[in-house]
Ligand binder design. Structure first.
Ligand code: ADP
Ligand code: ZN
Ligand code: MG
Length: 480
């Protein structure tokens, strides 16, 4: 990026809400049902039908507003956004325009170099989703309207971000927040979280905003970052060549790593917004508001601070463990059976996350119950198994999620700490390797490692390493 320029970025994020039913009718929101089966006259927009607002949608929107420091408008109104598109049978989308439910919030982001910044939120409003056009079946374009009327919140940021990294961090915060609140699963790949990126550039020091473009169609965090890098460079190049930016909508093509303009007819917008005549204004009573607020769960930042104080964890650990609600829940369940908080943290950040990431699964579908992991750590600490054997037990637990004590007993993996048993093994190893013993006696300390290896081999790794070292040294010194 040309250092004389500064980018300006504002994001519009759509989050599909995890309600059982749609926003204005009783149809199911279930994903993956056969096309055009989750429908009724209301979400199909038949003449004369009346929408009824789903109370849960209001509650979820308020929760998000509270979690992002917004002002909650106790009175808000729905509006009709009129446009024609095949996946919109009604010919309009019910959304909010003037008087959205939440306004004037902010989200704190932290960059890799540790700097923290607040990104302003202009507004959060409630709206219904449109259907889906399916273009990739060869002969024709098909329309599936199951998604019509699925509830969304749209979170609109101020043009407060200046780098793709900031946009990435902002988006991560938004996802983390909706997941903690349990109002959206946050899955960008599946489209339950979608992001449109508005971007412009200007010379550093310039106060006036440049002409923006809007980039759509990025289905992962990485693609948002890539699309922004691409678009910032493209705009700077145009300006450097003496050109002008045209305000337009671009679609990100992830296969070719380029953003291409939508056909201009598709983005000629004149939505003719007007207040939705079929719905009453949304009025939130103080009592209802208090009830919603009381249901606000512990949020990532508070949970992180609590992990630091309650479990004496380093900031780094607390940060990772609270990065998602599932992971934080997993950790807390594991430490419910052990006091060794730091070891649990090491195992969760190490072994557990390794498998979760390698297999691209979620923490909640990880096969070992957290309590069993906690028990395994207790069995290391009370010397029932060595740390090394514990890794093997962990592997076994991946396939059979049993109490590790049972696995250790069944497979005879209990650590050998009994001195006389260890002495027997050690003596026989020393006897069968006289040459190495001689080397040791002539001052080659390193041979110790070889002996330990042999002893571990003899005991199938079950010898207590500390006891082995002590006895081995004693035996060797006696030979001097
Ligand atoms: P539109 O009328 O095109 O929808 P809005 O003013 O509603 O534009 O803003 C939509 C999004 O674009 C917001 O997130 C806002 O922060 C961002 N935005 C507005 N102007 C600019 C700009 N000049 N450069 C970058 N982002 C911008
Ligand atoms: Zn319906
Ligand atoms: Mg707008």
């Amino acid at each position: 990026m040309n250092p004389e320029y500064e980018a300006v970025i504002g994001l519009e994020v759509h989050a599909q809400l995890l309600t059982d039913t749609k926003i204005f009718c009783g149809c199911s929101t279930k994903f993956g049902n056969p096309p055009n089966t989750n429908v009724c006259p209301i979400c199909l927009g038949h003449p004369g039908v009346l929408p009824v607002l789903n109370k849960k949608v209001v509650e979820f929107a308020v929760l998000m507003g509270l979690a992002t420091n917004c002002r909650i408008n106790f009175d808000s109104v729905f509006a009709r956004k009129n446009y024609f598109y095949p996946d919109l049978p009604k010919g309009y989308q019910i959304s909010q325009y003037e008087a959205p439910i939440c306004e004037n919030g902010f989200v704190e982001i932290e960059l890799k170099d540790g700097t923290k910044r607040n990104i302003g939120l202009t507004r959060i409003h409630m709206e219904e989703d449109a259907g889906k056009s399916i273009h990739d079946l060869a002969e024709a374009t098909y329309v599936d309207v199951n998604r019509c009327g699925v509830p969304l919140i749209e979170i609109v940021s101020e043009p407060d971000m200046h780098t793709p990294e900031e946009a990435y961090e902002y988006l991560s915060r938004i996802r983390q927040t909706v997941q903690y609140l349990g109002i959206c699963d946050g899955n960008m790949e599946e489209g339950s979280l979608r992001c449109d990126a508005n971007v412009s550039v200007r010379l550093k020091g310039e106060k006036k905003l440049g002409t923006k473009t809007e980039v759509k169609n990025m289905n992962s965090f990485k693609n948002v970052e890539k699309a922004l890098l691409y678009e910032i460079d493209r705009q700077i190049e145009i300006l450097e060549d003496g050109g002008r930016i045209i305000q337009e909508t671009l679609l990100w093509d992830a296969g070719n790593n380029i953003a291409l303009p939508m056909r201009s007819k598709e983005e000629a917008h004149d939505y003719r917004y007007f207040p939705e005549p079929d719905l009453m204004p949304v009025a939130i009573s103080q009592e209802w508001f208090n009830e919603i607020k009381a249901g606000l769960p512990e949020l990532p930042k508070e949970r992180k601070l609590r992990f630091i104080s309650e479990f004496s964890l380093p900031v780094y650990d607390a940060e990772i463990l609270t990065s998602s609600r599932d992971l934080a829940d997993y950790y807390e369940k594991a430490v419910s059976v052990t006091k060794d908080y730091k070891s649990v943290s090491n195992w969760v950040m190490g072994e557990v996350l390794k498998i979760v990431n390698e297999n691209k699964i979620t923490v909640s579908s990880f096969s070992i119950r957290p309590e069993n992991l906690g028990r395994l750590i207790n069995l290391i600490n009370d010397n029932t198994v060595s740390g090394k054997i514990a890794k093997d037990v962990f592997q076994i637990m991946l396939g059979e999620d049993k109490d590790p004590a049972v696995i250790i007993k069944e497979r005879n993996l209990v650590q050998i700490t009994d001195t006389s048993e260890l002495e027997g093994v050690i003596d026989s190893v020393l006897e069968s390797n006289p040459k190495d013993v001689k080397e040791f006696l002539s001052g080659k300390e390193k041979v110790i490692g070889f002996f330990v290896g042999q002893i571990m081999k003899e005991t199938k790794g079950k010898a207590n390493p500390k006891a082995v070292n002590e006895i081995l040294r004693k035996r060797l010194n006696a030979l001097r």
